[in-house]
Design a protein around this ligand. Structure first.
Ligand SMILES: Nc1ncnc2c1ncn2[C@@H]1O[C@H](COP(=O)(O)OP(=O)(O)OP(=O)(O)O)[C@@H](O)[C@H]1O
Ligand code: SF4
Ligand SMILES: [Mg+2]
Length: 385
């Protein structure tokens, strides 16, 4: 945590380095979107499900489903950041890609500026895509090695009819400079750059169409720690300048704490807790969130937390546990079952060992509900209040 403390503050102190002579290009890039009414989120996701069929045999029959995303709902407000956190395989990337329609949804809705995003087709969809972009986790594989940096950033500008020729090159140069790179880099190829520089190129590409919503899929996790805060600062600065909303995906709560306005914690395809960033870190309710928080290093001289190491293997999204999907690994249900009434508890096998847990956790699915604390702080747990 210590490393990321002050990321936003450092950013706020720095002046904006908008380029001289960029104004005409910037004007050209400006979106025509009208301001949203306060009650309308920029992106509204409801009961989103993305299941991948499991096929077997020569007839390729569907024998099951990987429930990668299984009923996820949240809002992303204009110019704000929602952090989406959870361990590997919980469905974070699938959420981001489904929202952008890079992969098909199974059920559920996504609204952009109050309108059904899945209803757009053809030219109207192409135009709308301009406003919704993605920054990928891996800056190496996400850039075409056979294209110059200038073409990587300039292609979408040209395809969307924003600028061509000299104007396009001017815009590419301004974008490169804005993300902290020398405009002469436009003539070079991705392999000539470091990981941090490549991620800056990826950010410039995402910015090239002046989006107001960007899915940042673990944009710093492949980078050295020393570079991470520079990229976070850049993203934060761009948000202040351009009112961009981020869905910021991470598996590390330390990164999202200082970067997000709100945080949603995912476990096995579902959101199990959601609250403002400050509330979630100071008043966590779900045992899974607690275990993630216990892994976040505290800066000195704060006392060290006891690390909660979860027991039992991570279940498969093709065969999730009944009731609360976290029950085979949950330390709280084990603690509550200890010395509890036999009728209210049940023995299960977790990690090859017999353990006693609350019957309700095995039998009944806990919905997200308001917990004690800030309004809007919801968690899915039978035990915590
Ligand atoms: N195209 C696909 N076909 C089948 N299963 C898939 C597909 N894409 C993802 N999955 C499965 O869906 C689940 C969620 O994957 P996803 O990549 O969304 O997780 P994640 O939270 O982003 O993980 P990570 O932190 O490792 O990036 C995983 O079990 C994964 O194996
Ligand atoms: S519902 Fe039960 S198993 Fe699930 S998080 Fe709460 S205590 Fe743990
Ligand atoms: Mg992922």
């Amino acid at each position: 945590m210590s490393f990321f403390v002050g990321v936003k503050k450092a950013w706020a102190r720095r002046p904006c380095h908008l380029l001289d002579g960029v104004v005409t290009v910037t004007e050209m890039m400006q979106t025509t979107s009208a301001p949203l009414p306060v009650e309308t989120p920029l992106v509204r996701v409801r009961e989103l499900r993305t299941w991948f069929p499991i096929k077997r045999g020569i007839l390729s029959q569907t024998v099951g489903q990987v429930k990668a995303v299984d009923g996820v709902s949240f809002d992303v407000r204009e110019g704000k950041t929602l952090g989406l956190v959870g361990e590997s395989g919980c469905g974070k990337t699938t959420v981001g890609r489904t929202i952008l329609r890079l992969i098909p949804r199974t059920t559920g809705t996504v609204e952009y500026r109050g309108k059904d995003f899945f209803a757009y087709q053809g030219e109207s969809l192409r135009k709308l895509r301009r406003h919704m972009q993605i920054i990928f986790q891996d800056p190496v594989s996400s850039l075409n090695p056979r294209m110059t940096v200038g073409n990587i950033i300039g292609e979408p500008i040209q395809v969307h009819g924003i600028a061509k020729g000299g104007e396009r090159d001017e815009l590419v140069a301004s974008l490169l400079q804005r993300v902290g790179l020398d405009p002469s880099f436009a003539a070079r190829y991705p392999h000539e750059f470091s990981g941090g520089q490549r991620q800056r190129i990826g950010i410039a590409r995402a910015l090239s169409l002046s989006p107001d919503f960007i899915v940042c899929d673990e944009p710093v996790s492949a980078l050295d720690v020393s570079i991470q805060s520079q990229i976070l600062n850049l993203l934060d600065d761009l948000q202040q300048e351009r009112k961009i909303a981020y869905l910021f995906i991470a598996h590390n709560l330390a990164v999202v704490e200082h970067f997000s306005d709100e945080v949603a914690v995912m476990y096995l395809g579902r959101i199990v807790e959601k609250a403002s960033s400050k509330e979630l870190y100071s008043n966590p309710k779900h045992p899974y969130t607690l275990s993630l928080l216990s892994a976040v290093p505290e800066p000195n001289p704060r006392p060290k937390k006891t690390r909660i190491v979860l027991k039992g293997e991570v279940p498969s999204p093709s065969n999730p546990p009944t009731g609360c999907a976290f029950h085979p690994r949950c330390p709280l249900t084990r603690e509550m079952a200890r010395g509890g009434d036999e009728r209210d508890t049940v023995q299960i096998t977790s990690g090859g060992e017999p353990v006693r847990v609350l019957r309700k956790c095995v039998d009944e699915f806990p919905a997200l509900e308001q917990k004690q604390g800030e309004a809007g702080h919801v968690a899915a747990c039978w035990v915590t209040t």
